[in-house]
Design a protein around this ligand. Structure first.
Ligand SMILES: [Zn+2]
Length: 361
């Protein structure tokens, strides 16, 4: 499976599930410019959400400021989200952002996706957490009508904002709980600066679990391996994101395996954040040989300039056909919503290319 173009064509045809995708890192530069232009008339009202004029006129320049090519570390990578966040601050922008991303996913034959965002990063225009979530849900409902694909939401607490903000997000969700939230919010996550003790977020995660949300946790991109162990012990999420530094400590690898959690691996972003220094060091083979289940995801369509087919093509150098099918199947098997959004993996002509034991979930 070493020919990239052949692989790409083949994998693109397969229905796929995207489980780790950030809203702000996945809207296109053209969309950001379009949003700014739509809202130019509002600028005098003190909106503060328009791109600077030189970027509003130059998609190439804007793209160069967003796409991660030479990041030194995770914080450098996160800095790439500065401009995208200017295009996601009103109810309309949020709804349209979701549609913009879903269209890209649809073109890549993704049939189920879990989109994540930190509500507190989208409140610069004065909207509340619940309002922004409803705006995103509107986008998901439109997406279903337009493209026939199912999307769900994972809410993120940014670690650098502290545990009180994490608690606040969950409380807001709880207080505004309604049928739309029940249908579309499926998970809770922590992301951002890693060198903050994970156990500070324990109460937020416990609250999230109590209201029925599944959980995942960004860890192990730039932090020491023992912090991955702290998350496994103290937070006990349903899935783990990244965990690349686990390879530094066999004890942590064993803990991951024993936890039965699937690890969300995002190859392109792992290089962009400096988590994995060389492509041949990408730890998927090591994890699989250890018996750790993995799912492959895109992380950020724009900031990492990728899509799910491309990420799966990358791992084809490390896995055989059977493992590839299993990993694609894991996207459905480990999805947070089991309510009928799951479809069998099919080729373009409708044939099933792999048998996924859905009852294993
Ligand atoms: Zn991520």
């Amino acid at each position: 499976m070493r020919d990239y173009h052949q692989n790409y064509k083949k994998i693109k045809k397969i229905s796929k599930a995207e489980l780790h995708l950030h809203l702000d890192g996945s809207i296109t530069p053209a969309f950001m410019i379009h949003m700014s232009k739509c809202l130019e008339g509002e600028a005098e009202k003190g909106g503060g959400f328009l791109l600077p004029p030189e970027l509003r006129e130059n998609e190439r320049l804007l793209r160069s400021k967003i796409v991660a090519t030479h990041c030194d570390n995770l914080l450098d990578y996160l800095d790439k989200f500065f401009y995208p966040l200017w295009a996601t601050q009103t109810r309309y922008m949020m709804t349209q952002s979701v549609i913009n991303i879903a269209e890209q996913l649809h073109n890549d034959n993704v049939t189920y996706f879990e989109l994540r965002f930190a509500p507190t990063l989208h409140m610069r225009c004065g909207l509340g957490i619940a309002e922004m979530i409803h705006a995103a849900i509107d986008g998901l409902q439109t997406t279903k009508e337009l493209f026939g694909i199912e999307g769900r939401l994972i809410l993120i607490a940014m670690r650098q904002e502290g545990p009180s903000v994490a608690n606040y997000i969950v409380r807001e969700v709880q207080q505004h709980w309604c049928n739309a939230f029940k249908d579309y919010i499926v998970g809770f996550d922590a992301a951002g600066y890693e060198m903050i003790d994970p156990k500070l977020f324990r109460s937020a995660f416990q609250m999230a679990k109590r209201i029925g949300l599944m959980t995942t946790f960004h860890i192990g991109e730039n932090c020491p391996a023992y912090m991955i162990g702290d998350v496994i012990d103290r937070i006990q999420p349903d899935r783990m994101a990244h965990c690349y530094r686990a390879v530094d400590d066999k004890g942590i690898m064993r803990a991951l395996k024993d936890s039965d959690m699937v690890v969300e691996l995002c190859p392109s972003s792992s290089f962009h954040t400096g988590s994995v220094k060389h492509k041949h060091l990408f730890p998927i083979r090591y994890m699989l040989d250890f018996g750790i289940p993995v799912v492959v995801c895109s992380d950020n369509l724009t900031v990492s300039n990728t899509n799910l087919t491309n990420e799966l093509c990358f791992i084809s150098d490390f896995v055989d056909e059977f493992e590839m099918r299993n990993i694609i199947g894991n996207g459905f098997r480990y999805a947070f919503d089991y309510s009928g959004a799951i479809e069998p993996i099919r080729t373009e002509d409708g044939g099933i290319v792999t048998e996924i034991e859905m009852e294993d979930r």
